[in-house]
Design a protein around this ligand. Structure first.
Ligand code: EPZ
Length: 428
């Protein structure tokens, strides 16, 4: 139940209407950092990871690694992990509940100990988010799996080679399977794998550790090693943070230069923004400029696995559609309940109708500032975007959701001229 009288966590106060102008540096990818940090469980040698964003989720991952016994140092976006002292194979409910990506320890723990006891990662606000595909791969590798008292308890005497076609394209399912099978010397084949850049960044790390991984279309052939090495790796830029700032620059009619991006990872986002009328200049492989100001054209968006349009950008683009000159349609194909930002945007004057997995958005002349609540990571980003362009003041509450996936977001927006302040929790 959301409290209406108190502000239970930090909140943002935004004064809308300022076009964003200037340069923003994009942080490292959250969704690449998490599996790469966890891959250190596969080795006893030290690992160095650079360009890791300082987020709630990366801090939770460090907490989890320390819980398992690893030594971890985190300073200036660089993390040094000393996994030789890892001596536990259990991920407790208290941590898994906070960060469902903790399930990524299952594959590495099975590889290292032949045992993994991980709390069931319940659903979350955007959907059931089953992990049946992860478990099917583990079973095929020879794991004996029991669910007891809310924990998944797995035992695996020896990692057998696997030949498996994923029934669903799953990012963390692919990552869990790749990490487990990187410890098996015999050849495994995974079909219908996820190809997100974050998965490919993990593949780079597993190759550095000594696994032979060949990927063609959506098929991976893996020949692992019993003695995986430590590694040093710089995490790729966060394409979703980049996409969020690109939308913000266009939406506010501004002129924003993004640096430290990987343009090749932004294809579908660039295409959709150009379709909406944004002026985009690609300045190099790692920088681009986004300008707005000549209206927003309506869009038809259907989320899909990479390289399709990313579900993690759906909420941000919905704000664009709210102010488009016409009717837009957004179809969310990846998660069954990823429209929670709709009710909050309606409070700001948006005209949106949801039918199942499809939202129909009729553009309105303007949005009006209001008190709104974050419900999940990317929904909270969309509410900040709406506040930046709305008339008047917007208060975005429960922004711990935001802090899970964006590093100092309000500071970066302030650097572009936005009027936004973070306030601590308070009783009304
Ligand atoms: C990853 O989640 C990302 N998280 C999500 O980012 C992202 O939205 C999602 O991929 C889709 O791109 C991390 O990488 C840490 P999936 P993941 O397994 O791996 C179903 C954010 O905003 N499915 O690819 O959990 C599932 O229910 C977060 O940063 C099964 O049915 O997503 C979903 O409908 C949110 N069985 C679909 O597949 C399974 O075993 C895609 O899920 C696994 C998944």
């Amino acid at each position: 139940m959301i409290s209406t009288t108190s502000y239970t966590s930090d909140y943002l106060v935004i004064e809308g209407g300022k076009p964003l102008k200037g340069k923003v540096n994009i942080s490292g990818s959250k969704n690449a950092s998490l599996p790469i940090l966890i891959a250190s469980i596969l080795t006893k040698e030290p690992c160095q990871v650079e360009n890791v964003p300082d987020l709630l989720d990366t801090r939770t991952t460090i907490e989890l690694l320390r819980h398992l016994g690893a030594g971890v140092e985190f300073k200036e976006e660089k993390i040094s992990i000393y996994p030789s002292s890892i001596n536990l194979h259990t991920a407790p409910d208290e941590i898994v509940r906070r960060m469902r990506a903790s399930v990524l320890v299952m594959g590495p723990l099975l590889a290292r100990f032949g045992r993994a006891v991980v709390s069931m990662p319940g659903g979350c606000s955007i959907g059931v988010r089953s992990i049946d595909q992860h478990l099917k791969v583990f079973e095929k590798a020879g794991a004996h799996i029991r669910v007891r008292h809310g924990y998944i308890d797995m035992e695996l005497k020896k990692v057998n080679p696997v030949e498996y076609t994923f029934e669903v394209i799953t990012v963390t399912g692919t990552e869990n399977a790749l990490m487990l099978l990187s410890s098996c010397e015999k050849r495994s084949i995974l079909r219908n794998i996820a190809l997100e850049p974050e998965v490919m960044d993990l593949v780079e790390v597993l190759r550095k550790m000594g696994a032979d991984i060949c990927i063609e279309d959506r098929t991976a052939i893996i020949r692992g090693s019993k003695e995986l090495r430590g590694f040093s790796h710089r995490v790729i830029p966060d394409r979703i943070e980049a996409g969020t700032f690109m939308v913000a620059g266009f939406l506010t009619g501004g002129d924003v230069l993004l640096e430290d991006v990987r343009v090749e990872h932004l294809g579908s986002v660039i295409e959709k923004l150009k379709e909406a009328g944004a002026n985009i200049d690609i300045l190099s492989l790692n920088s681009l400029r986004v300008r707005g100001g000549n209206g927003i054209k309506p869009l038809c968006i259907s989320t899909a696995e990479y390289p399709g349009f990313p579900t993690d950008m759906q909420a941000q683009f919905m704000v664009l559609c709210c102010l488009a000159d016409g009717v837009s349609e957004i179809r969310e194909n990846i998660f069954e309940n990823r429209f929670q930002h709709v009710a909050e945007l309606q409070r700001m004057g948006a005209d949106i109708h949801v039918r199942g997995r499809t939202a129909i958005i009729r553009g309105v002349k303007k949005l009006y500032g209001a008190d709104v609540y974050s419900t999940d990571l990317r929904a909270s980003a969309s509410l900040v975007l709406a506040g930046l362009v709305a008339e008047g003041k917007t208060v975005v509450k429960d922004i711990y959701h935001l802090d899970r996936g964006y590093e100092r977001l309000e500071e970066k927006f302030k650097g572009l001229g936005a009027v936004v302040e973070r306030q601590p929790p308070r009783e009304v």
